[in-house]
Ligand binder design. Structure first.
Ligand SMILES: Cc1cc2nc3c(=O)[nH]c(=O)nc-3n(C[C@H](O)[C@H](O)[C@H](O)COP(=O)(O)OP(=O)(O)OC[C@H]3O[C@@H](n4cnc5c(N)ncnc54)[C@H](O)[C@@H]3O)c2cc1C
Ligand SMILES: COc1ccc2c(c1)CN(c1nc(C(=O)N(C)c3cc(Cl)c(F)cc3C(=O)O)c(Cl)s1)C2
Length: 463
């Protein structure tokens, strides 16, 4: 159904989910001229009171920034965030080592999740062709007949009859589940044995209690903690640990959480505070992390899923939201390419985006191991220095993996291809650089003490 500009307002698009990607997608669709109805199961988060010390932040990088630029919000969001120019690794001894993310001026932004979501919803509301419906939970869909059913706040049924449904309802997506009832959708999910819990480093005398413009990392093999700065001079820490360890600490109770921190994160205790560590463990529960993959992302010309609904990933690359925002850019490009013909744009988008989303899900899972253990090892630090040297030596030909993910819009599946090629070259180069001298020294030593040791190398010349 290709449509010309003049009659797009009769095209009805329903967006399921008013989270980060749903709010962003609603704006993209409204800018095209469609009539957009966004349905969010929860309340309007802008009406909720703010609780200090409970802010959750996210790392915003170039892929997400590009989507924000396209909807005119990049400067506002980046300006309200805190730039992180480097990672700061905290050793268990308390020794800290900083590793800049890139060249001068290259940074990632720590942004407040709620503020970002509120800003997107408020921007969406400015469009006359967007209506926001809160307390509307999508419960069933008959995509073939274009009917979607919701329950509203008092449980009564609401119906919508869109031309296109866009599911942005997160990792546990109902839209995806409904699609799986009517189409051949491959689906897989994997929970990792780790959970996460958030803690807060409050301001100290109104100022940041730790180095400000850094992503703080405490890598401890099976455990890891990271901290991102907030506008109110606090840090939000995320502790990653196997559920068995969370359960042990919870079962022990009392001083167990503080004793655990004293053993693994001693330098964080004065920053967070013993009382806050105890109460966070007493009151909070570790949350799960799931990786979801599915294919395709569409069912005919009726429905498409974006964001975590299509590809939830473990957070060990800080790319989930960035990838979901990039979904909005790419889907928009396919609507341009096929002049809003959903029958062509939806399958083409799914075929194009699927390998990229699966690639970043795999990279995030790979990093789940890499960041916890290797970031402490001398080899990891050495490889970072090799990365830095090679990217200085061959800036256009050698880009470190995390730079391709975080500071470029190279397609995620191409990132993996280039990384594998680069890694082979580097490891081969390192072999020759490190092993060859040893081999040569060994051969010379052997030759000195046993001159005829290489006589078998000489050709006898006899036939
Ligand atoms: C610990 C952690 C750290 C992270 N850090 C980063 C980071 O640094 N950088 C980054 O880019 N990403 C990060 N992420 C990932 C990021 O949070 C997600 O990728 C992003 O929130 C996905 O947005 P979404 O809109 O697709 O889904 P969600 O944010 O889950 O939003 C889905 C929305 O749909 C609504 N909904 C659900 N079901 C229905 C229904 N049936 N009907 C109507 N509405 C419904 C929900 O209420 C919700 O509002 C992190 C994730 C975790 C867990
Ligand atoms: C709010 O909760 C969370 C949870 C996890 C993350 C974020 C926010 C933001 N994250 C980012 N990751 C990278 C990255 O590329 N890598 C390889 C890293 C991966 C890990 Cl796990 C890490 F600890 C450091 C780096 C690093 O490079 O510093 C960025 Cl760049 S930002 C992970």
């Amino acid at each position: 159904m290709g449509s010309t500009a003049m009659d797009l307002s009769s095209v009805k698009v329903v967006v399921i989910g008013g989270g980060l990607v749903g709010a962003m997608e609603a704006i993209f669709m409204a800018k095209r001229g469609f009539q957009v109805d966004l349905y969010e199961s929860r309340e309007d988060i802008r009406t909720l009171e703010h609780v200090s010390g409970r802010s959750i932040n996210l790392a915003l990088s170039i892929r997400g920034r590009e989507a924000l630029r396209l909807v005119g919000l990049e400067d506002q969001i980046v300006g309200g965030g805190i730039p992180m120019h480097a990672r700061l690794i905290h050793g268990v001894s308390g020794r800290k080592s900083a590793q800049p993310y890139g060249k001068e001026g290259q940074f990632i932004s720590s942004v407040d999740r709620r503020l970002l979501n509120e800003t997107l919803l408020t921007e969406a509301e400015k469009y006359p062709n967007i209506r926001l419906h809160f307390y509307h939970k999508m419960v069933q869909a008959d995509f073939d007949n274009g009917v979607i059913f919701f329950t509203d706040k008092d449980g009564s049924k609401v119906k919508a009859c869109p031309d296109l449904t866009i599911g942005c309802d997160g990792a546990y997506s109902t839209t995806r589940r409904q699609m799986m009832r009517c189409g051949r959708i491959d689906f897989s999910q994997e929970y990792i044995p780790h959970g996460y819990m958030e803690l807060c480093i409050p301001p100290k005398e109104g100022k940041f209690a730790a180095e400000t413009n850094y992503l703080h990392i405490w890598p401890r093999d099976e455990f890891m903690m990271i901290a991102l700065p907030n506008q109110d001079c606090s840090f939000t820490c995320t502790l990653f640990m196997p559920f068995v360890n969370f359960d042990e600490i919870e079962a022990a109770g009392g001083q167990a959480p503080v004793d655990f921190f004293r053993k693994y994160f001693p330098d964080a205790i004065p920053l967070i505070g013993e009382k806050a560590i105890r109460t966070t463990f007493e009151e909070g529960r570790a949350l799960p992390m799931v990786s979801v993959k599915c294919s395709p992302y569409n069912y005919k010309d009726k429905v498409v899923i974006l964001g975590d609904a299509a590809h939830a990933m473990v957070p060990f690359y800080g790319q989930g939201m960035n990838c979901g925002f990039e979904d909005c850019i790419v889907f928009n490009q396919f609507l341009d390419k096929f002049n809003n013909d959903f029958a062509k744009a939806l399958p083409a988008y799914s075929e194009h985006r699927n390998p990229d989303a699966k690639a970043i899900c795999d990279l995030a899972m790979y990093n789940y191991v890499e960041m916890r253990s290797l970031v402490n090892s001398r080899w990891f630090l050495f490889r970072k220095r090799v990365d830095k040297f090679l990217s200085w030596l061959m800036p256009s030909r050698y880009i470190p993996l995390y730079s391709m993910v975080t500071f470029s819009r190279i397609r995620y599946h191409t990132v993996i291809q280039r990384w594998k090629k680069q890694d082979m070259i580097v490891n081969k180069g390192l072999f020759y650089l490190l092993c060859l001298p040893v081999i040569i020294a060994g051969a010379l030593t052997l030759k000195r003490f046993k001159p005829d040791v290489f006589s078998w190398l000489k050709f006898s010349g006899k036939t």
